[in-house]
Design a protein around this ligand. Structure first.
Ligand SMILES: [Zn+2]
Length: 56
């Protein structure tokens, strides 16, 4: 999925026990709940690989 600030691709990044989506363009980090409504299938599948995600 794409950053709603700059349109670059969001990458899934794991930080300790938390997962964030980070923009490859502007490097803004999104919490999962911020973008949950807009997750596309590709991003959902990436997130499903993390078995103990805390959606904070
Ligand atoms: Zn961005």
């Amino acid at each position: 999925m794409q950053c709603n600030r700059c349109g670059h691709k969001l990458e899934v990044v794991r930080q300790c026990r938390r997962v964030r989506l980070k923009c490859s363009g502007c490097h803004h980090e999104y919490q999962i709940h911020e973008v949950a409504a807009d997750l596309d299938r590709e991003t959902e599948e990436l997130l499903e690989r993390y078995t103990c995600i805390i959606y904070d």
